[in-house]
Design a protein around this ligand. Structure first.
Ligand code: PMT
Length: 401
């Protein structure tokens, strides 16, 4: 069986001279047994006709955001949900620019913006356009959002110039997509457990101790693991975040509940502890709401440390235990201390004194410290939490294999 059999590919064709190659791409996907739906941008129709695309895909061609018939049959949200993967080939400088600013003024850009699937861009343009700093900056931004880029290649161009900007050949694109799905299939055998969000430690029936964690980092990790084919369990404290596909979500409230859920869902191959578990809880939870005029004296005690419990447990400990370290100062020293004291294989440290990353931000910047001296500690520069997560998952896959 080929890796692409039954895979649902949404191919977005933009307006460039290399759009003709997308016809060969469709033929190759069909030969591999993929299901393929297509969107043509307005300018793509200047280069390939909807009729030729429809003949090859034997499917309706989508081209208009404001088409009532299309929307009734499969609206733009369903189209983005239907796909296993979105491929933009050729991706023009204009489309790349639009995607980098989150524009949604046509069907193609709207579907991509509304999608939670992996997006592959296959740029094709004149060498000067490709080398232009704005194109470079736009692509770097898209990479930081987690978009993948195939090519372009160096060679003679249709415009008569020579250089980098040629669209990658359809056969090589198919190979790249095969590698992608192959790794997803290989990872099916692995189990990942992630803790996320804050915990609430009750004082009385309506009040609790908590913290600023939104759960974004942990949810992004769970999404990245699930997308890469892991059997993924996410144990989450209270958050308002939507959950991605193929994730076994277990909602908890207190650290004690998080520990119980964690124990119940082990063993796993990898566990990542990104939750900001409240370090303290009140010794005695009042059974009735504390009155304003009561003389309040709360006695706190240390909460159970979930990471510590799991990492030192003989039978429950996963092969790979990854702790997070939320630090405000002496990040390296403190993170390395946690690496040893909490018996982790890796610690991912973030600077939570910086308001634009860490708690409740969509972005993060982390340093990874490894127990194994043979692996060099490293820094992942400022990126969306989804992109940071993808980089972490890639390293986990390398390690587990
Ligand atoms: O949720 P977001 O808004 O996206 O923010 C992300 C984050 C900043 C919360 C996340 O990136 C992060 O740093 N998570 C760890 C927060 C934390 O509690 O760090 P810590 O240094 O206090 O704890 C070290 C490790 O022990 C962590 O893996 C933590 O999950 C774990 N721990 C801590 C206390 C405890 N009682 N049980 C634990 O398991």
């Amino acid at each position: 069986m080929k890796n692409l059999t039954g895979k649902k590919i949404l191919l977005i064709i933009c307006g460039g001279i290399s759009a003709y190659k997308s016809l060969e791409l469709i033929r190759l996907f069909k030969k591999q047994g993929s299901e393929i739906k297509t969107i043509l941008t307005k300018s793509a129709k200047e280069f390939v006709t909807p009729l030729s695309v429809a003949s090859l895909t034997q499917e309706k061609v989508y081209d208009d955001l404001f088409n009532a018939e299309n929307e009734a049959e499969m609206d733009h949200i369903s189209l983005s949900r239907w796909a296993d993967l979105i491929l933009v080939a050729p991706a023009t400088a204009n489309t790349i620019s639009k995607l980098s600013v989150g524009s949604s003024d046509d069907l193609a850009s709207t579907v991509i913006l509304a999608s939670d699937k992996d997006v592959f861009l296959v740029p094709a343009m004149n060498v000067r356009m490709w080398e232009h700093p704005s194109t470079r900056e736009n692509l770097n931004k898209l990479r930081s959002f987690g978009y993948r880029v195939i090519g372009p290649e160096i060679g003679d161009m249709a415009c008569g110039e020579f250089g980098e900007g040629k669209m990658t050949e359809p056969k090589s694109i198919i190979e790249e997509i095969n590698i992608y799905f192959n790794s997803v299939t290989n990872n099916n055998k692995f189990k990942a457990l992630i803790t996320a969000g804050p915990t609430n430690e009750y004082i009385d029936p309506v009040r609790f101790i908590t913290n600023k964690s939104s759960g974004k980092q942990g949810y992004a990790l769970a999404n990245a693991f699930a997308k890469k084919g892991f059997q993924t369990t996410l144990i989450s404290g209270p958050t308002n975040l939507p959950i991605g596909e193929n994730i076994n979500l277990i909602k908890v409230e207190t650290a004690q509940e998080m520990l119980q859920a964690t124990k119940k869902n082990l063993p796993a191959d990898v566990a990542i502890f990104s939750a900001a578990v409240a370090d303290f809880k009140v010794k005695e939870i009042k059974s009735e709401k504390i009155k304003k005029n009561e003389n309040l004296n709360l006695e706190l005690e240390k909460n159970i440390d979930i990471l510590n419990y799991v990492s030192k447990h003989n039978s429950l400990r996963p092969k790979l235990v990854i702790g997070f370290a939320a630090e405000t100062n002496e990040i390296e020293t403190n993170a390395k201390k946690k690496l040893v004291e909490k018996n982790c294989d890796w610690v991912v440290a973030n600077d939570v004194s910086n308001k634009s990353i860490g708690f409740d931000s969509d972005f993060n910047e982390v340093s990874i410290f490894y127990k194994d001296d043979e692996i060099k500690d490293e820094k992942l520069s400022l990126k969306q939490k989804s992109a940071i997560s993808e980089e972490i998952v890639n390293r986990v896959i390398q390690q587990l294999n």
